[in-house]
Ligand binder design. Structure first.
Ligand code: NAP
Ligand code: MG
Length: 479
C-alpha cells in the first residue's frame, strides 16, 4: 500500500495585499494618468488578488523623468555608499523572504518549495554579489574607465518575477544607473513589494521606479527617447521587435530570449542521477524556464532504461496546491500560457509523436497541465523546434557524440545545454561544440550570481551575472 502525504500548506498570514496598487515613481505610489487598473489573479485558484495600475505614455514619461533626476546624485555617490544601499536591499529581502516567497507563489503559481529555496534566496544573492562590486569597478575592468550609462529601461517576464528583477536591478544600481522596470502583466506583486523593500532600505527617490501595465507599456518604455539602456527578458518575438524599434539610436541593448535546450545523456552516465536532472530540467517551475532542458537526447543503448526510470519517477511527482510544501508541480502561469501548451501538445500528437502523461488529478479551478513526455519525436516536429514553455519533454535519441552535437545545435536557439557522462574528456569535447551560453555537466538548472548567463543565436545577446553582467550597465573607455 502507499501512504498519502498530509497537506502541508504554507500560511499566507504574513502577506498583506492591497486592493489596488498605483505606480512606484519617484519613491511614491502614484495613481496612473489613465485611471485604469487591471486585475491580477492567483493562477492556482483564479481568485482575484488585487487591481494593478496600467501605465500609459504620460506615466512612462513621469517614471523616466524621475529616474533621470535621480541619476546625477546616485551616480556621483561615493561607491562604498552605493554598495551599502545594495547590501541593505539584500538584507531586507532576506528578512522578508517568507512573505516574498508566499507572494511569488500566490501570484505566479510556482511551488512554494521553489520560491522559498530558489527564487528568493537567489534574488538576495544577486544584490549581495553586486553590492560587492559597486566600489571595485576599476578592479573588475582593470585599466579601463567605467562609467554608468544613465537611465535603464528594464522589462521582465512572468516566470521568475522577483529573480529577474534582481538580475536586472542589482547590476544596474551597482554600476550607478537608475532604473524604470516593468514586470509582466500577470505577475506584478513581488515587484510592487520590492518597491516597499526599496523604501525600507532608504533607496533615494527615483533611483528605482516600478511601472505596471501590459505589453504596450513595455513598448513605450523601451522606445522612450531619454532611456540610455534597454534590458529585456522575454520572448524572441518581442526581443526582435525591440531591437528593430531602437536600431540606430544610441541606446545600449541586452536581450535574454527563449530557448530549446538539449539535455544529453550518454549511456555511461549515472542514470538515476541523470533522471533527477531530466526531471529538474523540464519540470522545474512547470517548465516555464527559458533554459529548460526541453529536449532530452538519450544515447540509443540507454533509451529503454532511461525511459523506464523516467516514467517511474514521473509517477512520484506531486501536482497541486503551489502553497503546499510537498508540491513539485504547481499551476500554469495563465490561461493564455495553458492554451499555448495545449495547442503545441496537440500538434505533437498530430505530427505522430507518442504522448505519455503521468496520471494525476488536476484541480477543478485554476490552470494545470500534467507532466508529459513525447517519444518518437523527429527533429522536424514542432515540439522539437519550438519552445513549449510548459511541463512537456520531447525525447530524441543519438548514437555518437557527433550526432548528439548536431542534433543539440539544430535549433534557432542557443541558451543552455546539459551533458551527462562519466567521462570528463567527453564533457569538455561536447562543451566546445555546443552552441549554448551555459553548458551544465552532470547537473542542470544551476544558477549563481557569479556565473554569467545568456544566449547565442535567437536566444539573445549580452550576459547577466558575474562581471559580464556588470559591464552591460557600464561605458568602458580607455585601453
Ligand atoms: P513576452 O511576451 O516577450 O513578455 C516579456 C515582457 O515583455 C512582459 O513584461 C511583457 O508584458 C513585455 N512585452 C510584451 N510585448 C512587448 C513589446 N512589444 N515591447 C516591450 N515589452 C513587451 O514573453 P512572455 O510570454 O511573457 O514570457 C515567456 C518568454 O520569455 C519565453 O519565450 C521565454 O523563453 C522567455 N524568457 C527568457 C529568459 C531568459 O533569460 N533568456 C528568461 C525568462 C523567460 P506583458 O506581460 O504585459 O505581456
Ligand atoms: Mg506576453
Amino acid at each position: 500500500m502507499t501512504w498519502d502525504y498530509a497537506p502541508a500548506p504554507e500560511s499566507t498570514a504574513m502577506v498583506s495585499i492591497d486592493n489596488t496598487y498605483g505606480l512606484y515613481i519617484g519613491g511614491d505610489f502614484v495613481d496612473p494618468a489613465s485611471g485604469e487598473y487591471v486585475k491580477t489573479i492567483n493562477p492556482a485558484t483564479e481568485e482575484v488578488l488585487s487591481a494593478i495600475a496600467q501605465a500609459d505614455a504620460t506615466d512612462v514619461d513621469r517614471a523616466v523623468e524621475a529616474a533621470r533626476a535621480a541619476f546625477e546624485p546616485w551616480s556621483t555617490l561615493p561607491a562604498p555608499d552605493r554598495a551599502k544601499y545594495l547590501f541593505r536591499i539584500a538584507r531586507v529581502i532576506q528578512e522578508r523572504s517568507r512573505e516574498l516567497a508566499v507572494l511569488e507563489t500566490m501570484n505566479g503559481g510556482k511551488p512554494i518549495r521553489e520560491s522559498r529555496d530558489i527564487d528568493v534566496p537567489l534574488a538576495a544573492a544577486h544584490f549581495f554579489y553586486y553590492a560587492g562590486w559597486a566600489d571595485k569597478l576599476e578592479y573588475a575592468f582593470a585599466g579601463r574607465r567605467a562609467e554608468p550609462l544613465g537611465v535603464a529601461a528594464q522589462v521582465i517576464p512572468w516566470n521568475f518575477p522577483l529573480l529577474m528583477l534582481a538580475w536586472k536591478i542589482a547590476p544596474a544600481l551597482a554600476a550607478g544607473n537608475t532604473v524604470v522596470l516593468k514586470p509582466a502583466e500577470t505577475t506584478p506583486l513581488t515587484a510592487l513589494a520590492f518597491a516597499s523593500v526599496c523604501d525600507q532600505a532608504g533607496i533615494p527617490p527615483g533611483v528605482v521606479n516600478i511601472i505596471t501595465g501590459a505589453g504596450e507599456t513595455g513598448a513605450m518604455l523601451v522606445r522612450h527617447p531619454d532611456v540610455d539602456k534597454v534590458a529585456f527578458t522575454g520572448s524572441t518575438e518581442v526581443g526582435k521587435d525591440i531591437q528593430r524599434a531602437i536600431a540606430g539610436s544610441a541606446k545600449h541593448l541586452t536581450l535574454e530570449l527563449g530557448g530549446k535546450a538539449a539535455n544529453i545523456v550518454f549511456a555511461d552516465a549515472a542514470l538515476d542521477q541523470a533522471v533527477e536532472g531530466i526531471v529538474n530540467g523540464i519540470f522545474f517551475n512547470q517548465g516555464h524556464v527559458c533554459c529548460a532542458g526541453s529536449r532530452l537526447l538519450v544515447q540509443e543503448s540507454a533509451f529503454e532504461q532511461v525511459m523506464a526510470k523516467l516514467k517511474r519517477r514521473l509517477g512520484t511527482l506531486r501536482l497541486g496546491d503551489p502553497l503546499d510544501k510537498n508540491t513539485d508541480i504547481g499551476a500554469i502561469n495563465s490561461r493564455a500560457q495553458l492554451d499555448k501548451i495545449n495547442s503545441l501538445v496537440e500538434t505533437g500528437v498530430d505530427e505522430g509523436a507518442e504522448l505519455y502523461q503521468a496520471s494525476c488529478d488536476l484541480p477543478d479551478r485554476g490552470f494545470w497541465f500534467p507532466p508529459s513526455v513525447f517519444t518518437g519525436v523527429s527533429q522536424s516536429h514542432r515540439i522539437a523546434q519550438e519552445e513549449i514553455f510548459g511541463p512537456v519533454l520531447s525525447v530524441l535519441t543519438f548514437r555518437t557524440p557527433e550526432e548528439a552535437v548536431e542534433k543539440a545545435n539544430n535549433t534557432p536557439y542557443g541558451l543552455s545545454a546539459g551533458v551527462w557522462t562519466e567521462k570528463g574528456s567527453l564533457i569538455l569535447w561536447m562543451a566546445d561544440r555546443l552552441r549554448a551560453g551555459v553548458v551544465w555537466a552532470n547537473t542542470f538548472n544551476r544558477f549563481d550570481p557569479a556565473s554569467a548567463f545568456g544566449g547565442y543565436k535567437e536566444s539573445g545577446f549580452g550576459r547577466e551575472g558575474g562581471p559580464q553582467g556588470l559591464s552591460a550597465y557600464l561605458r568602458l573607455t580607455g585601453p
